[in-house]
Design a protein around this ligand. Structure first.
Ligand code: GLU
Length: 489
């Protein structure tokens, strides 16, 4: 049977890294086995859910290329896929469970229960509902019903062991005695998460539930509900928590947690997918850089580790650098040009006819091997795309302010005027020849030259940079750079 899996976010926040990783594992599993991947929005908590968050979640998944086969916007045989539009199903299921003796009405005043719970917790004791309403006489129950007294519905947890075989953690068992008769429908008629998730997983014929470790303690309740509803119990796979390099649960402190912030920060979606896939899963060999197709072909629940997964931004940067380096010319232009446009760096103003799209591509090709994030291109390309150089004070102080740089740059300017044609070998010969004539090492001339034309001490290769800038711009910048040099005594 082809698997049916789902990602079931609550739209109470944006799509964060942990949610995206859960969605990805479900997606990879479905694609690997020719199954269906469903997206279900768990928005029964009306006050904390918002349409904006739903949009953010869908946008995040779309950016990552995690496509769903059933769910919002695409529909499917089990529509609607928003729990807020399925409330009557949960209510009916609660009534069925009462009728079959698996659940019962609880008329207890919430204040009493809260008070007892708080008192027990203050003493460091566990508290469990005392089943007071199970002891009500049929007469009293009839009275309460006739009055229309507000009531919740509680699941009657049977005695004995509840167990399931977790695909990641192996067999897990809970004692029924430790589980309280949990509420499945509140007195306001709304279902609790336990009821709605199980009713939907049953109706939507979900075969594997792949979700975060934090749900392990909910699973025995869910197993009991599936059984009481007469539905097949899906297989469970609880995926490890994501922690920062400090081993603490990933949070804002570690930087961005919303997936779309990674888009803004200059990460490629394919790199992000590759990185997320390796958060708690491994292909079983030492491969790390894997295409989406390779991930799909290798993904297996058995490859998920039980231990926490460490989110290492340095590794993500490395991974992203690998993907940037692999971009071909067309992809490089298509990816970076929009960023340059947004930053107002491209297209260039009139008078820059020599700097065509082919020229831009050469520039981006030079920057590509060193770029870790797309935003690096902006930083590095800026000196080539604007006519005002932003001089780094420390670099100027070190490399341009000495008195001798004025004459050294003058000598180089003279040599550059004579380079014909103005290509890399010619420029290199001019720089090296000038250094030799000045009796200094080539490096000693290259440093002030670089700061003079780029404004800082890092740039692509200096000869390539000079050729890209062109003779006139290079000379104009070197002439300007001379003005930083102390006038010799
Ligand atoms: N809405 C739940 C959550 O966001 C879904 C958990 C589950 O996958 O069952 O945590």
């Amino acid at each position: 049977m082809a698997p049916r899996v789902r990602f079931a976010p609550s739209p109470t926040g944006y799509l964060h890294v942990g949610g995206a990783r859960t969605a990805l594992f479900n997606y990879l599993y479905a694609r690997r086995h020719g199954g269906r991947f469903l997206l279900r929005i768990e928005d029964t908590d009306v006050e904390r859910s918002s349409a904006d968050m739903v949009t953010g979640i869908l946008d995040g998944l779309r950016w990552l290329g995690i496509t769903w086969d059933e769910g919002p916007e695409v529909g499917g045989p089990h529509a609607p896929y928003f729990q807020s539009e399925r409330l009557e199903r949960y209510s009916a299921a609660a009534d069925r469970l009462v009728a079959s003796g698996h659940a019962y009405a609880c008329y207890c005043a919430p204040e009493r229960l809260r008070g007892e719970r708080e008192a027990a917790e203050a003493k460091g004791e566990a508290w469990k509902y005392d089943r007071a309403c199970l002891a009500l006489t049929p007469e009293r129950l009839a009275e309460l019903r006739a009055e229309g007294a507000p009531h919740a519905i509680r699941f009657k947890v049977p005695e004995g062991t509840v167990s399931f075989n977790d695909a990641v953690h192996g067999p897990i068992a809970f004692e029924g005695a430790t589980i309280e008769d949990f509420v499945i429908r509140r007195s306001d008629g709304y279902p609790t998460y336990h009821l709605s998730v199980v009713v939907d997983d049953a109706e939507m014929a979900i075969t594997q539930v792949v979700r975060g470790d934090d749900h392990i303690s909910n699973t025995p309740k869910h197993v009991l509900l599936f059984q009481a509803l007469g539905a097949a119990v899906p297989e469970f796979a609880h995926v490890p928590l994501i922690v920062g390099t400090d081993k603490k649960r990933l949070s804002k402190r570690h930087g961005a947690t919303s997936v779309l912030e990674y888009q803004k920060a200059g990460y490629l979606p394919d790199a992000m997918v590759n990185f997320l896939a390796l958060l708690g899963w491994a292909p079983g060999d030492d491969r790390e850089v894997m295409t989406r197709e390779e991930l799909i072909a290798s993904f297996a629940l058995e490859g998920i580790s039980g231990g926490n997964a460490v989110f290492d931004t340095a590794k993500l940067d490395w991974m992203n650098g690998q993907y940037i380096a692999a971009l071909d010319d067309a992809a490089l232009l298509a990816t970076v040009t929009p960023l340059l446009e947004t930053a107002g760096l491209w297209p260039l103003a009139a008078g820059s006819a020599d700097r065509s799209e082919a020229w831009l591509l050469t520039l981006l090709g030079l920057l590509k091997p060193r770029a870790k994030r797309l935003t690096d291109f902006l930083e590095q390309a800026r000196p080539f795309l604007t006519d005002t150089v932003d001089y780094d004070t420390a670099a100027v102080e070190k490399h341009l302010s000495p008195a001798h740089t004025r004459e050294q740059l003058a000598a180089l300017i003279g040599a550059l005027r004579g380079v014909e044609p103005f290509t890399e070998p010619g420029v290199e010969a001019a720089v090296r020849g000038t250094a030799e004539a000045l009796g200094i090492k080539a490096g000693a001339l290259i440093h002030p030259t670089r700061v003079g034309i780029i404004g800082k001490t890092t740039s692509p290769g200096i000869f390539e940079s000079i050729v890209l800038l062109g003779r006139e711009r290079t000379i104009a910048r070197l002439e300007h750079a001379q003005s930083f040099s102390a006038v010799g005594a």
